[in-house]
Design a protein around this ligand. Sequence first.
Ligand SMILES: [Fe+2]
Length: 292
Amino acid sequence: MHAQTATQAFFDPITWTVTYVVWDKASRHAAVIDPVLDYDFKSGHTHTGSADRVLAYVQENRLQLDWILETHAHADHLSGAQYLQQRIGGRIAIGEHIRDVQTVFSRMFNFERSFMPDGKQFDHLFKDGETFMIGGVEATALLVPGHTPADMAYRVEGAVFVGDTLFMPDVGTARADFPGGDAHQLYRSIHRILQLPPQTVIYVCHDYPPASREPEWQTTVAEQRARNIHVRDGIGEDEFVAMRTARDSALEMPTLILPSIQVNVRAGQMPPPDDNGIAYLRIPLNALPVRR
Ligand SMILES: [Fe+2]
């Protein structure tokens, strides 16, 4: 099925995130999807163990990095995009509606005046349906909002990297209660993915495995339609939205949402340092619109 491309996954057990490298076997040109920069909340230190594993894979396989693709501005980990780009290049890209996310959060965090919510911190902003090349392989960016207004999925050959939409069938779907999230939109975006051919391979962005199994990240459209606990065939939009809304109201915020968002809407760059040379992340008090 994957005649032209190879895909390698890297699972981060701290944030449950899956980073992918997908590459064209003929040209050895590659894309990295959703790289992680490790962050220790207690010490305020960043670490590069996760990104270094990706870096080593790219270098060992002598790949040329065309793209560093973000599916969205993640709320559970800092992006490793800048670290990877500085070492091995690649254009950092995300969906064009990141501007809406930047507008909301640059206000909440009261970013410096020079920050413009125009998406120009990224090298490229994808429109819905836009095609792009990974070496000689054509890929397509699909707008799949709902978890956030800017979520994208990336279709490459017979596979689709779905970001925070669907999770593994026994885990279900992404939450839709962050600022700008919308459970109705999420349902429709998921169904856009589920309309792809049944044999299409789905690579998920996170896995939160039950105690009975190890982490997994690869499934298919057919498996999701048959078994996904939230959106298998027969579950309608209203039923999904009622379930999703009730479930989200009981979820705590991700541990790293405040550090993550303010870095990730900057394409993974840290805020500019203060005049003492130290860069700071900010904690807005009682500003995140959540119940607890
Ligand atoms: Fe997310």
